[in-house]
Design a protein around this ligand. Structure first.
Ligand code: FMN
Length: 303
């Protein structure tokens, strides 16, 4: 009998539906799947108010992690762990960070093969690098990564995802498509569980090799990598400034958040278009380098 542990934290239920689809063809009399949600001690709001959303930004960008409840009645001998997570400000969400830093995670993950399962807007590459570090800190072995991203890529989801998170509205409006991941992409995630079921029956998870190759598990857009690196640095610095200005919910911090969001809006309308143009020109001369980077960040599962 093989035992698979699936951990996740989902606010709106979108990542949970990705998890449900992923495991829909996984498990039978020989494979037991244990699905558990991670619960923060102090629940996060959903939908978020504007200030609550940005109040979380410094902690997320600095990977502080929040306090989470211990998960009860877990086994300690799982054959494989699937870690489902969403991205908050280019980092794994705070409940996932909190859990990965807990003593329970240290005991559960040591020497275990792990598959990460991401559901986010569009930018997960730097967050996955951070998760790799969290996994290596607890002695786990990352063997696969699956990443599903929102429909209406890039420019559209810059508007549809914040609207959804701040109002709960996911529907299409004006020229914009609905927010979130396409239902067909969610449904298709069952192919991963199907492949896993076969692989587990022949003990392939013990070889520390990827099990989900050639299934379109991830697709990295090389042109976004530089923006993610720059934004991660900028988030880190602004996170420090906002933290310096006061504790969560304080008036002084609200002022800092207001200044930051004005700066962010100015950046989006000025420097970001200039950056896109400059990158387009640079990328033209760096096609091979971009391909190399895509390949690197698409490891271990690949396209
Ligand atoms: C505070 C916050 C920050 C987010 N930042 C990012 C981000 O940097 N990159 C990204 O691709 N998605 C980002 N998202 C979107 C989430 O990754 C995810 O798609 C969305 O919250 C839905 O997940 P759910 O299943 O928890 O409802 C953010 C969401 C929240 C709540």
């Amino acid at each position: 009998m093989k035992k698979i542990l699936v951990l996740y934290y989902s606010q709106s239920g979108q990542l949970k539906s990705v998890v449900d689809s992923f495991i829909s063809k996984l498990g039978d009399k020989d494979i037991k799947v244990d699905v558990r949600g991670i619960e923060p001690v102090v629940a996060y709001p959903y939908p978020w108010s504007f200030y609550e959303f940005f109040d979380e930004f410094p902690d997320a960008a600095h990977m502080k992690g929040c306090e989470v409840h211990e998960i009860k009645n877990l086994q300690d001998d799982y054959d494989l762990i699937v870690l489902g997570y969403t991205i908050w400000f280019l980092a794994p969400s705070s409940p996932i960070v909190g859990f990965m830093k807990s003593n329970q995670a240290k005991k559960l993950f040591e020497n275990k093969p792990v598959i990460t399962l991401i559901a986010c807007r569009d930018m997960w590459v730097m967050a996955q690098e951070k998760v790799k570090k969290l996994l290596s800190d607890v002695g786990a072995k990352l063997i696969d990564n699956v990443a599903l991203t929102d429909q209406g890529k890039g420019i559209y989801s810059f508007a549809t995802t914040p609207r959804w998170l701040l109002s709960g509205k996911k529907d299409a409006f004006w020229i914009f498509p609905p927010a979130g991941i396409l239902q067909s992409d969610i449904d298709d995630a069952s192919r991963f569980g199907h492949r896993l079921n076969e692989a587990l029956k022949s003990d392939k998870e013990k070889r520390d090799e990827p099990l989900l190759k050639n299934l379109g598990a991830v697709s990295v857009n090389g042109k976004l990598i530089a923006s993610e690196i720059i934004a991660t640095r900028s988030f880190y610095i602004w996170g420090k400034i906002i933290n310096f200005c006061g504790k969560k919910k304080s008036f002084s911090r609200k002022i800092a958040i207001t200044v930051y969001t004005i700066f962010l809006a100015l950046m989006v309308f000025t420097l970001v278009p200039i950056n896109i143009l400059v990158r387009k020109i640079l990328n033209y001369f760096q096609k091979d380098r971009l391909k190399e980077l895509e390949k690197k960040y698409e490891e271990p599962s690949g396209r």
